[in-house]
Write a protein that binds this ligand. Structure first.
Ligand SMILES: Cc1ncc(COP(=O)(O)O)c(C=O)c1O
Length: 456
C-alpha cells in the first residue's frame, strides 16, 4: 500500500528561503510614491523595520533563515505532504492528488510561517508593538501567536463582517495575548471617515490596512510598526518554505516534476509559497501548469487590471505594480474572508503577466460542494479559502479522467475550517448564494483608479 503521508525529518527542513525576484523573466517594477517616483527603503522605514525592508527589495535568490526562526518553525514544520487517495477513489481519476497540509500549525494555517519571521525581525530591530489587519482572522491569530512567542504587543484590526461571522478567531487572538477590534473603528481617522460615509459597511481588508498603518506611523516613540500577512515580497519569501519542502517530499516518492500546482489566492502568499520553487523550474523549461484560484466575487487576477494601485483604501501604502480591482473596491461579504482583497502580490502579478501562471476563478457554491466531498472522503474540514484550491483540484482530476491521463496534482491545503463552521452551517441550510462580481461594480472601482500612474 502507498504511504498516505510523506514526511521530512526536522533536520531535512530547508534552512534558506527562495526568492523568485531573482529569476523572474522580467524584473519586478518598483513601488512608487503618489507622485510616481520610485520608493526608497527610507520611505518605508516608518511602516516596517529596516531588516524586513532589506528583504522586501532583495533580489538575492537564497536567503538564510535565522536560527531562532528555524526554532519557532520546528514547532509544526516540516508539514506533511499527504496523498488524497480516498478522494482519488471517489472521483475515479487516474490523477494522483497530493496536498501540502499547512493546517497543522498552532493557529491552523500557513500564516505563521511569515508571522514568526516578521515578529522576530521586528523584535530584533527594537520594536515593541505591531499593528495589523486581518480578514478571516487567520493572519491576526497567527501574528498574535508569533508576537507572544517573541514578546511584543499586537493589535489587530479585523474586517467587521469576519469579526461578526467568526467570533472564535477573536478568542484565539486573546488567548495568545493580542488585542482585536472590528474595522472600520473609531480608533483611527481612516476608520472614522469611512464610518461617517458608510456606517453599515461590512469593512474590507483595504480599510483595515489603512487603520493599522495609521496607528503604526502615528506612534511618535518609533516603537510601533505594521505587519502585513500577504502581498509583499518578504511575505512570499517566508512562505517559500512550503514549496521547498514539497519539492523534497515529492522527490521521496519519485516525482521529479508535478504536472499541476494549485493554490487559492487572496493576497497570494500560500499560493506563492507552494508555487514559486516550481515556477523557478518552469522558467528553466519544466512543463508545469500552475494555477492561482480566486473567488468569482473578488476576481483580481481574472478580471482585474495590471496597474499601479494602492494596497489600501486611504492610500497610505505605496503604489504597487499589481493586478487590482481598484483600491476602493469593497467585495461582497463572501465567507472566504481571506480572499476578499482587491489587489494581488506584485510577484504573483508579474509572474502572471510573464505567462508563468494560469489564474482561475470559482463560485463559492462550487467550492463548498467540493469541501463536502473532501470532508466525506479525506475527513478534514478545510478553511473556506482552501475550498477554492480543492474545487480547482477536483476539476483537474476530473479532466484527467476524461483525458485518461495519469497526472500528479499538488495543492496547498492552506488551513482548517474548524472555526468557520457558521459558514458551513449557512451552506448546509441552503442559505449560501452564488456570488459573482457584477460588471458595473467592477467598472466603477476600476474607474476610480484610472488616473494612477500607468505600468509601462
Ligand atoms: C486559510 C487561508 N488560506 C488562504 C488565505 C489567503 O491568503 P493568501 O493568498 O495570502 O494565502 C487566507 C487568508 O486569510 C487563509 O486564512
Amino acid at each position: 500500500m502507498e504511504n498516505k503521508k510523506i514526511l521530512l525529518s526536522e533536520n531535512e527542513m530547508p534552512t534558506q528561503w527562495y526568492n523568485l525576484a531573482a529569476d523572474l523573466p522580467n524584473p519586478l517594477r518598483p513601488p512608487l510614491t503618489a507622485d510616481g517616483t520610485p520608493i526608497t527603503p527610507d520611505t518605508m522605514a516608518p511602516i516596517f523595520p529596516m531588516n524586513l525592508i532589506e528583504q522586501e527589495v532583495s533580489t538575492q535568490r537564497w536567503i538564510d533563515i535565522p536560527k531562532p526562526i528555524l526554532g519557532f518553525l520546528r514547532s509544526w514544520r516540516p508539514t506533511p505532504l499527504k496523498r488524497a487517495s480516498a478522494l482519488e477513489t471517489h472521483l475515479d481519476t487516474p490523477a494522483r492528488i497530493y496536498y501540502k497540509d499547512e493546517s497543522v500549525s498552532p493557529p491552523g494555517s500557513h500564516k505563521p510561517n511569515t508571522a514568526v519571521a516578521q515578529a522576530w525581525y521586528n523584535k530584533e530591530f527594537g520594536i515593541e508593538n505591531l499593528t495589523t489587519e486581518t480578514g478571516a482572522g487567520q493572519w491576526g491569530s497567527a501574528l498574535g501567536y508569533a508576537c507572544g512567542l517573541v514578546g511584543i504587543k499586537c493589535k489587530v484590526y479585523m474586517v467587521r463582517i469576519s469579526f461578526e461571522q467568526k467570533p472564535f478567531r477573536k478568542v484565539l487572538m486573546r488567548i495568545w495575548g493580542a488585542h482585536c477590534i472590528p474595522s472600520p473603528s473609531q480608533d483611527t481617522q481612516a476608520g472614522r471617515d469611512i464610518l461617517k460615509k458608510m456606517p453599515d459597511t461590512p469593512g474590507s481588508l483595504g480599510i483595515a490596512i489603512s487603520e493599522a498603518i495609521e496607528e503604526a506611523v502615528s506612534d511618535t516613540s518609533g516603537k510601533t510598526r505594521y505587519a502585513l500577512g500577504s502581498v509583499l515580497n518578504h511575505v512570499m519569501l517566508h512562505q517559500s518554505i512550503i514549496g521547498l519542502e514539497t519539492r523534497a517530499q515529492l522527490k521521496k516518492v519519485g516525482i521529479e516534476k508535478p504536472d499541476i500546482i494549485i493554490g487559492c489566492a487572496g493576497g497570494g502568499s500560500n499560493f506563492a509559497g507552494l508555487a514559486f520553487p516550481f515556477a523557478a523550474e518552469k522558467i528553466d523549461g519544466a512543463d508545469i501548469t500552475i494555477k492561482p484560484v480566486e473567488p468569482k466575487a473578488c476576481p483580481t487576477l481574472t478580471r482585474g487590471e495590471f496597474i499601479y494601485d494602492y494596497g489600501d483604501v486611504a492610500k497610505t501604502t505605496p503604489l504597487l505594480p499589481m493586478y487590482s480591482l481598484g483600491h476602493t473596491f469593497v467585495p461582497p461579504g463572501i465567507h472566504a474572508g481571506g480572499l476578499r482583497y482587491h489587489g494581488m502580490a506584485p510577484l504573483v502579478s508579474q509572474a502572471v503577466v510573464d505567462g508563468l501562471f494560469e489564474p482561475e476563478s470559482l463560485d463559492q457554491l462550487e467550492c463548498y460542494d467540493a469541501a463536502l466531498t473532501w470532508a466525506r472522503t479525506e475527513g478534514s474540514v478545510p478553511a473556506p479559502e482552501t475550498t477554492h484550491a480543492i474545487a480547482a483540484t477536483i476539476r483537474e482530476a476530473l479532466k484527467a479522467r476524461e483525458e485518461g491521463k495519469e497526472k500528479d496534482i499538488v495543492f496547498c491545503y492552506s488551513g482548517h475550517g474548524l472555526l468557520d463552521l457558521s459558514a458551513y452551517e449557512t451552506y448546509l441550510d441552503g442559505q449560501l448564494v452564488e456570488s459573482t462580481l457584477p460588471e458595473d461594480d467592477l467598472q466603477k472601482s476600476i474607474s476610480d483608479v484610472k488616473d494612477n500612474p500607468r505600468v509601462e
